[in-house]
Design a protein around this ligand. Structure first.
Ligand SMILES: Cc1cc2nc3c(=O)[nH]c(=O)nc-3n(C[C@H](O)[C@H](O)[C@H](O)COP(=O)(O)OP(=O)(O)OC[C@H]3O[C@@H](n4cnc5c(N)ncnc54)[C@H](O)[C@@H]3O)c2cc1C
Length: 455
């Protein structure tokens, strides 16, 4: 298996030309939806691999498809207003490659190369600038949405479609098809310097996150919690020059280096995608495997294989891939519980300060939230023991701590529990406008039932 070098699509010199091409693609998708008579559920066919955990029985594999694979162009980067207009299938690796020559990057760059901007809105992507800017959605100004009736809507935070604008965030494609996005970019430098700070207790780590996240000179914060007495905080800055640069696409698993080094330098793209071969679940697992295949096997290839063999993956006690968002003040409580129930398995930690109130989260959930910041703790690659359902254990703990999790993998919430967290009234108000025939399923059915083959 050979990883292909990707040639990023260049933005057209003329916005009018690229917009005309875009409108023709949207007209095709809209026409297909208008003319569709089948009432069977629909899933999207896009060009880049999906970053949803492959699951046996997931209905998306057998659903009828609507093809949006040609919606993957950058339409314009305006270096003066620092605004980009692009189609949803653009991957972050292409976006960074196109924006960096202007000295710009997106506000949030999820750390796997082929996550797309449409997927980042629908699935709530975030990253190491999220302690300051929130999620990718928080940098967006306008969405174009195609309803399941084939109507094309322009949605902004101020116009008559403002609830649609807010609700397609976190909707996992259940409220229509995103077909164009307008979002802000920020100035960047060619290199990133990281320093690794090691703390012995959860309390000291918590205090360090609080302090670092308030410092104007800090551009990036994430970390690896290696064990109950080894909490590493990775604190980064954009810099103009680097004495050397590292890349981790061979034998070395990047996350392990955070426990051994005190600092590191990267080119800016290498920094953004440093976890691309896995976070704490680096593949291949063995040193021999990495020696032979490490350079060629990235997350994209692993996910593609996973999709092909999804039918053969275990239905009971699957390996965990999940991000849990803990209110910052409850971090110590969660860590105490985690070490007791899970044991010494490393976690990826990303502080996250949403830039606005998210309309997809319920009023009840917000009533229980006292913090401005959350901490995303990613459990990637944990294999459960004793037949216990660790996904379900996390869901229980999150309800106790008023946390929330990503719906990218296995979800066992009851319908009642789910709509205590997500905003049922907002979801169905928008659905009545953008998916009258319920072709895209509702959010609970898609993420908790159909994804496990249950609807
Ligand atoms: C192994 C793994 C590692 C991950 N690591 C990170 C990480 O480092 N940082 C991070 O932020 N996130 C991470 N994620 C989560 C990821 O951000 C989300 O899963 C995101 O939604 C993936 O986007 P995608 O482009 O792959 O979209 P897909 O997985 O293809 O789609 C995600 C959802 O969005 C919907 N969708 C996609 N395109 C559109 C569209 N145009 N219109 C409407 N709906 C659409 C799909 O129907 C689907 O329900 C990871 C996920 C996995 C499985």
């Amino acid at each position: 298996m050979i990883a292909q070098e990707h040639i990023p699509p260049c933005p057209e010199p003329s916005l009018a030309l690229s917009l005309a091409r875009h409108d023709a693609k949207v007209a095709r998708v809209a026409r297909q939806l208008r003319e569709r008579t089948s009432t069977q559920p629909l899933s999207l066919r896009k060009r880049a691999v999906s970053h949803q955990v492959p699951k046996p029985g997931d209905r998306k594999y057998s659903d009828e498809k609507i093809d949006v694979s040609d919606l993957d162009e950058i339409l314009e980067i305006d270096p003066v207003s620092r605004v980009c207009i692009a189609e949803p299938g653009v991957t972050f690796v292409d976006l960074v490659a196109a924006a960096l020559p202007y000295g710009l990057v997106p506000f949030v760059v999820p750390e796997l190369r082929t996550i797309t901007i449409g997927g980042a809105i629908s699935g709530c992507s975030l990253e190491s600038m999220s302690f300051r800017y929130g999620g990718f959605h928080d940098s967006c100004l306008e969405y174009e949405v195609i309803t399941s009736d084939g109507e094309v809507l322009t949605c902004t935070p101020e116009n008559e479609h403002k609830l649609i604008f807010h609700m397609v965030h976190g909707a996992f494609g259940t409220l229509g098809i995103l077909s164009k996005l307008k979002f802000k970019l920020i100035p960047a430098k060619p290199f990133v310097r990281l320093s690794y700070e090691t703390y012995r207790t959860a309390g000291d780590y918590h205090a360090a996150i609080a302090e670092r996240s308030g410092q104007a000179e800090v551009d990036f914060i994430d970390g690896i919690i290696h064990g109950p007495d080894r909490y590493v905080l990775s604190v980064g800055r954009f810099v103009d020059h680097a004495p050397y640069t590292s890349r981790y696409d061979g034998m070395t698993a990047y996350y392990e280096t955070t426990a051994k080094r005190t600092e590191d330098y990267f080119t800016t793209p290498e920094y953004f995608f440093r976890y691309d071969r896995g976070v704490t679940n680096v593949r291949p697992k063995s040193r021999l495997g990495r020696l032979l295949l490490g350079r060629f096997v990235r997350s994209t290839e692993i996910l593609k294989i996973g999709e092909k063999i999804a039918w053969a993956l275990p239905r009971e006690n699957p390996t965990l891939t999940v991000d849990v968002f803990i209110p910052f003040s409850r971090f110590n409580d969660f860590m105490e519980w985690y070490w007791r129930e899970f044991g010494p398995f490393p976690l990826w930690c990303v502080p996250y300060r949403p830039a606005q109130r998210y309309h997809w989260l319920s009023d009840e959930w917000y009533a229980g939230l006292k913090d401005e910041m959350l901490v995303d703790l990613a459990v990637y690659g944990f294999k459960g023991r004793d037949g216990r359902n660790y996904y379900r254990m996390l869901e229980g703990k999150l309800q106790e701590l008023n946390g929330v999790k990503t719906f990218i993998s296995f979800n066992y919430y009851s319908e009642e529990e789910f709509w205590r967290i997500c905003h049922k009234e907002n979801h169905f108000a928008v659905k009545a406008r953008t998916d009258r025939r319920n072709l895209f399923r509702d959010l609970y059915t898609k993420t908790c039932l159909a994804s496990r083959g249950l609807d």
